[in-house]
Ligand binder design. Structure first.
Ligand code: HXC
Length: 535
């Protein structure tokens, strides 16, 4: 497979057969030939034998056919100051960089080339990446990095480390201005992992990619523990446990297809609105099936995705970070073709409780949406924060505060629909009116109060229950009274804390109308360097 760029285009051979007289043109062709030859069949085979594609093959899959323009293909590595080992004088210095179109939109990218010195990052390699990063920022175009590298090039020492520093710095300067995506398709080890970690989204391919700050050898030496690369920092570990990876796929082709699709939800930069796709009109604005999803029994679980999929345009929901903290769902959907971000408590997992991981997952998602003009729809069914020593000692106060901060800071349109439980601090956090929610609706099944009925009755009627002849009957009566007098949405509606109790069937219609009303929302943010989010 070629990358579709001019260097590999099918008319290359036609070109060589042409009558060529000028010596400069001949040397141009010779160099092209040398470039192609450096990718020997054996090198490519070695890469393929690991279940991996080459850098050019990945680029070819990523970009619209024939649109990729490679930059700096003929630069050669620096061997200045190399006193140990040797540097292979390969064209391109182990990384392919350039720009092309994805769905017709300009995108800059690099793909590290493991077949050249293990894709290790020397100073020239780093400068190439920095150059396209800076171009992407100037052009307001998304940036994608395909990582497959042994890390800092050992032979180049400090020069290589400095190269990383420039790359990190560029990512940080571009953060919130252009979307930055990382795709891990091989090793990412040592400090090098911070390049992807600093970007907005990390995609990994199962079984062939891994990320760790210190590898299995160091773990063995320092801790005397045996662990494989996969178990230490494979795709599954980072998607489920650490949260470093947002999306993982079984093979490289599917990973790249997903990256292309994911990008279709995002604007090219923070000054643009997300691209709108044509809406086929096949999603009913009023759908009675929405009335049947939340069970009558408040302790019964359901899958909030069933609600999401009936509210957003049919088949438009792209779940982000699906495997990490599954008690909260985050992802992008479309409403009549326009991108929205969805944050939804998931009653199916841990009853949808908020804990450290779900708070940080949602907070980061909200901040991304806010940076890139993506309205946020919050679907709420949350019994509260997860109790326990584990959570308290690990800092649920600090991490839960991130979610509060992220919501309150967001100036994009913010709409909440309370589906069922909305108790205590968790009610406040989940984009309540008081936190700046623009439109707050509740279904008739909503329970809005300081705490759930059982807790409230136990605290307020402890003595009466202890003295009662029939405590079970008394408790039942008190629970009923609490639901009627306190924990129902009509009180919140009548007191003006929500905008309306709505028929669940009309949810999509209401959200569409709210989005239309908020289309030109504009908020003046006080001038300051930045807030001080609890990190
Ligand atoms: C120079 C490197 C290299 C490196 C690999 N190669 N890593 N060359 N610098 N960092 C070369 C190998 O010498 C080899 O060259 C070729 O790439 C392929 O590597 P193999 O080891 O044969 O491949 P494989 O068995 O698949 O193992 C891949 C690997 C291993 C696990 C990545 O190469 C490895 O452990 N490399 C070192 C990883 C590391 O510790 N890097 C530094 C991290 S610290 P030949 O000529 O034989 O083909 C870091 C700091 C960043 O990056 C700081 C940021 C602030």
């Amino acid at each position: 497979m070629s990358c579709g760029c001019h260097r590999h285009a099918a008319d290359y051979h036609t070109l060589t057969k042409m009558e060529i007289n000028g010596k400069y043109f001949r040397s141009y062709l010779e160099r092209e030939e040398a470039y192609r030859k450096q990718y020997s069949a054996e090198r490519i085979k070695r890469q393929h034998s690991k279940g991996k594609l080459t850098a050019h093959e990945r680029i070819a899959l990523l970009f619209d056919s024939g649109t990729f323009e490679e930059i700096d293909a003929y630069v050669t590595p620096s061997d200045q100051g190399v006193e140990f080992g040797k540097v292979e004088m390969a064209y391109g210095d182990g990384v392919v960089t350039g720009h092309g179109k994805i769905d017709g939109r300009l995108v800059f990218a690099f793909a590290q080339d493991f077949t050249i010195m293990g894709g290790s990052l020397g100073i020239v390699h780093a400068r190439k990446i920095a150059k396209v990063q800076e171009m992407a920022l100037k052009m307001g175009a998304p940036f994608i990095g395909i990582n497959d590298s042994g890390g800092a090039r050992i032979q180049e020492g400090i020069a290589s480390l400095n190269g990383y520093a420039a790359i990190f710095n560029n990512i940080i300067q571009s953060s919130g201005i252009i979307p930055q995506l990382s795709v891990i398709m091989g090793p990412a080890a040592g400090g090098a992992v911070y390049a992807p970690a600093l970007t907005d989204w990390v995609f990994m391919t199962s079984n062939t990619s891994y990320m760790f700050v210190t590898g299995p050898n160091v773990v063995r030496e320092v801790l005397n523990e045996e662990i494989s690369s996969e178990d230490l920092g494979g795709a599954e570990v980072h998607a489920r446990r650490s949260g470093v990876a947002n999306m993982i796929y079984d093979d490289e082709e599917n990973t790249i297809i997903a990256v292309r699709k994911f990008l279709s939800y995002l604007p090219s930069n923070n000054l643009e609105n997300p691209p709108a796709t044509e809406y086929s009109g096949d999603t009913p604005d009023i759908n009675p099936r929405l009335r049947e999803i939340v069970p009558d029994d408040p302790n019964k679980a359901y899958d909030v995705r069933d609600v999401i999929n009936l509210v957003v345009d049919r088949n438009s929901f792209f779940e982000a970070s699906e495997l990490f903290a599954p008690n909260i769902i985050t992802g992008f959907g479309r409403m009549k073709g326009k991108t929205i971000g969805v944050v939804a408590n998931q009653p199916k997992v841990l009853a949808g409780v908020l804990d450290i991981d779900s708070s940080t997952k949602a907070a980061r998602f909200i901040r991304f949406c806010d940076a890139f003009n993506i309205p946020i729809l919050t679907l709420e069914d949350v019994p509260g924060f997860l109790p326990g020593k584990d959570q308290e000692h690990s800092g649920i106060i600090r991490h839960g505060a991130k979610l509060l901060f992220a919501y309150a800071e967001a100036t994009v349109p913010r709409i909440t629909v309370i589906l069922r439980k909305a108790y205590g601090g968790a009610y406040i956090v989940m984009n309540s009116r008081g936190m700046g929610g623009d439109f707050n609706y509740a279904w008739p099944s909503a329970e809005i109060a300081v705490m759930g009925p059982d807790g409230a009755v136990a605290i307020l009627y402890r003595r009466e229950l202890a003295a009662a002849a029939d405590p079970v009957a008394l408790k039942k009566e008190l629970l009923k009274k609490y639901r009627e007098k306190v924990a129902n949405p009509f009180i919140a509606d009548e007191k003006g804390y929500i905008d309306e109790v709505i028929d669940p069937a009309t949810t999509r219609e209401k959200v569409l109308s709210a989005l239309a009303a908020l289309e030109n929302k504009s908020v003046k943010v006080p001038s300051r360097k930045h807030g001080n989010m609890p990190l």
